[in-house]
Ligand binder design. Structure first.
Ligand SMILES: Cc1ncc(COP(=O)(O)O)c(C=O)c1O
Length: 391
């Protein structure tokens, strides 16, 4: 249906994201075996570039699994049944990690943060001072369900002073999309996902452990087999992955990482930031307000006007205009639209986004609250904002 539509298909979600054309080309190359010198060279190149992307001297491992697989790997490689963990829960993904931790027999303490807000580092500090048994603090860098970023650097400063506690970050919508300095900020476990800033299809996740976290590995007794990072480390030293490598994805990753490293690193981060700023400002001209109090560069959550159900709006946008955006989950269902800023997003995509938002909101305006009307001037103002940002 998407590719027979009168409009070109567009994907502006917080993951998966539009693929870079270089990535698409790499994905269509003929298959090779993973135990070959050719693939060994590729893996070596990828692991070097991943280290730069994560800003670490430690190994970054590739799991053939979605991001949740690496979240599980983080727990089983460092912790033991009954260990106490402090989970920062500020949305769906925080809830999921806490649930996963309980499933593995860890004792979870929760810091519940109001959705759309960043955690207050002093609250985390107070919890850690109260309970010296906490073995790990688990958080998202960007809670994708609310499009909110947490103060990772400040939290790192607090946690790195405690040798008995690890700082684990689900950075699935953060690594490659915003500054995140694993070694310098004292981050112990950092996790990324291929379908986000890496501009790849879904299917790979990445995980790196600090020296402190490797120390925890030695005493960790949670069962591990597929996720065992010590085995992966040994294989990586020989230029292999322990299990069959996802060759096409890893080859495409090699290409994608060129956009996230070297001189391109700052350019890519700046572009993502620009798309986010342009979206927030332009949206205000259509009566859409930014939901988060600590907005993320990776994704923007926009509150729809009173009377406009965001879930119905996103379905309408997809059907009529061939653009996929995300709605809200749980308490945000029907209230927000989420627009992603990661992947290969052109200026044309941005103008199309606002054109579509304007037209679809007009389609819905009969249902909107009193005083909400959109005129052509609203779109003109939004377009002026886009022109200012997107030279
Ligand atoms: C912050 C965050 N954590 C975890 C996940 C789960 O990743 P996956 O669906 O790749 O398992 C996502 C996916 O969107 C995410 O955004």
């Amino acid at each position: 249906m998407f590719f027979k539509h009168k409009n070109p298909y567009r994907l502006l979600t917080p993951g998966p994201v539009p693929l870079h054309p270089d990535v698409e080309r790499a994905l269509s190359e003929p298959m090779i075996h993973h135990r070959t010198p050719e693939f060994e060279r590729c893996l070596k190149s990828v692991t070097t570039k991943l280290k730069e992307t994560f800003a670490t001297r430690e190994s970054v491992f590739i799991h053939t699994a979605t991001g949740s697989g690496a979240m599980e790997s983080a727990l089983v490689n460092t912790l033991s049944p009954g260990d106490e963990v402090l989970c920062i829960v500020s949305g769906k993904f925080g809830e999921r990690w806490a649930e996963m931790a309980s499933t593995f027999g860890l004792k979870t303490h929760l810091i519940n943060v109001s959705w759309g807000e960043a955690v207050d580092p002093s609250v985390v500090e107070a919890e850690l001072s109260k309970n010296k048994n906490i073995k790990a603090v688990l958080t998202q860098a960007c809670e994708t369900s609310t499009a909110t970023v947490h103060p990772i650097r400040e939290l790192g400063t607090i946690i790195k002073q405690r040798p008995q506690t690890l700082f684990m970050i689900d950075a699935i919508t953060a690594v490659g999309a915003m500054m995140l300095e694993m070694d310098d900020w004292g981050l112990d476990v950092v996790i990324g996902g291929s379908q986000k800033a890496f501009m790849l299809p879904t299917g790979l996740s990445f995980i790196a452990l600090s020296k402190k976290a490797w120390g925890f590995y030695e005493s960790s007794t949670l069962p591990k087999f597929y996720w065992d990072l010590k085995r992966e480390q040994k294989c990586l030293e020989k230029g292999e992955t322990h299990f069959s490598s996802a060759v096409p994805l890893i080859r495409a990753l090699d290409v994608a990482l060129d956009h996230l490293t070297g001189q391109n690193k700052m350019k890519t981060l700046a572009r993502i930031q620009t798309l986010a700023q342009a979206t927030r400002e332009a949206a205000s001209h259509l009566g859409l307000t930014v939901y988060s109090k600590s907005p993320s560069p990776s994704v923007t959550a926009l509150l729809t006007p009173p009377g406009v159900d965001s879930q119905k709006l996103r379905t309408h946008i997809e059907k009529e205009y061939n653009l996929t955006l995300m709605g809200g989950q749980e308490q945000l269902k029907g209230k927000i639209l989420r627009v992603g800023h990661l992947g290969y997003i052109t200026n044309e995509d941005m103008f199309a986004l606002f054109d579509i938002l304007y037209n679809s909101l007009r389609d819905f305006s009969l249902n909107a609250g009193e005083g909400y009307t959109l005129h052509r001037e609203n779109l003109d103002s939004a377009n002026e904002v886009l022109k200012k940002y997107l030279q």
